[in-house]
Design a protein around this ligand. Sequence first.
Ligand SMILES: CC(=O)SCCNC(=O)CCNC(=O)[C@H](O)C(C)(C)COP(=O)(O)OP(=O)(O)OC[C@H]1O[C@@H](n2cnc3c(N)ncnc32)[C@H](O)[C@@H]1OP(=O)(O)O
Length: 308
Amino acid sequence: MTTEGQHAARRVELIEVSPRDGIQNEKVVLSTDDKLELLRRIHAAGLRRTEATSFVSPKRVPQMADAEAVMAGARAEPGHAALIGLVLNQAGFDRARAARCDEINVVVVASETFSRKNQGAGIADMVAAASAILAQSREAGIPASVTIAAAFGCPFEGEVPAAKVLGLVESLLPARPDEIAFADTIGCGVPTQVRELLAGAKALDAGMRLRCHFHNTRSTALANVLAAVEAGVHALDSSIGGFGGCPFAPAATGNVATEDVVYLLERMGIDTGVDLQMLIDTAGWLGDRLGHPPMSGLARAGRFPAAA
Ligand SMILES: CC(=O)SCCNC(=O)CCNC(=O)[C@H](O)C(C)(C)COP(=O)(O)OP(=O)(O)OC[C@H]1O[C@@H](n2cnc3c(N)ncnc32)[C@H](O)[C@@H]1OP(=O)(O)O
């Protein structure tokens, strides 16, 4: 379908993760009202899938302590986007189901050390837990994705071989996730890795929906976005303003900025359905709330050509 060097899709789905990844590592804990305002702005800009919160331990991630209140408030908005809850264990899934998330996203980490530090369980236990959660989710009629974190490298173990990540995909396939995401949790990945993982996953299951999650820690995020689009990725995570980072990954910094991704894709003729100016305005608004400016190129330089 694709010629190497050309983008595969005319449309790429964007999943906004600022309400979860974007703010989970910030010193300022946003109020529930500010989170709901962020979600309203996200939806108004045309983003139709949002990772709205995570159902994790409030002691470990106080920024996400109001997950139930965020989900209830967001669900009360007419025509809200699909609200995804991140879950890392059975207790998290029970909470997400009770909060009536439209979708869940389960995290499995590709490195043993990071898995234990992040979610208190090793890889094998997490594959088993994720598989059990996926089965319950399907029974409850809740679409479920799996994110494979640290798929491009680990802050503690270093290189994570693609074969290991693809082995994880293989072990998760029997549980029939609706989508599999490869996450560059610490922003160390490069386009050759993106191509290898996406091609490898397609070879394992040609029908699987594939998604990527990039951080810009080492300035490779947009290059990785382009490689993913060229390799036929279905969906990309991004965070308005480029805010974000995992509290359990040393030196992790922001997600690729949604406005930078939208600018790149739209200028290449790939439809995102998103209003760029509303994203830029929201990046500034969020920066004011968090007490530091957004990290995106578009927030600094503005759109091109400038709006009339
Ligand atoms: C790569 C990424 O960016 S993923 C996103 C960033 N990372 C995270 O959010 C990971 C945060 N990690 C956590 O919150 C925890 O490690 C969990 C919830 C995943 C698992 O916790 P564990 O430590 O294994 O749970 P354990 O069963 O030992 O319980 C410890 C405490 O947490 C509570 N707990 C466990 N799971 C949850 C949950 N999903 N929600 C709320 N509380 C929980 C338990 O009730 C217990 O509380 P207590 O101390 O008051 O008795």
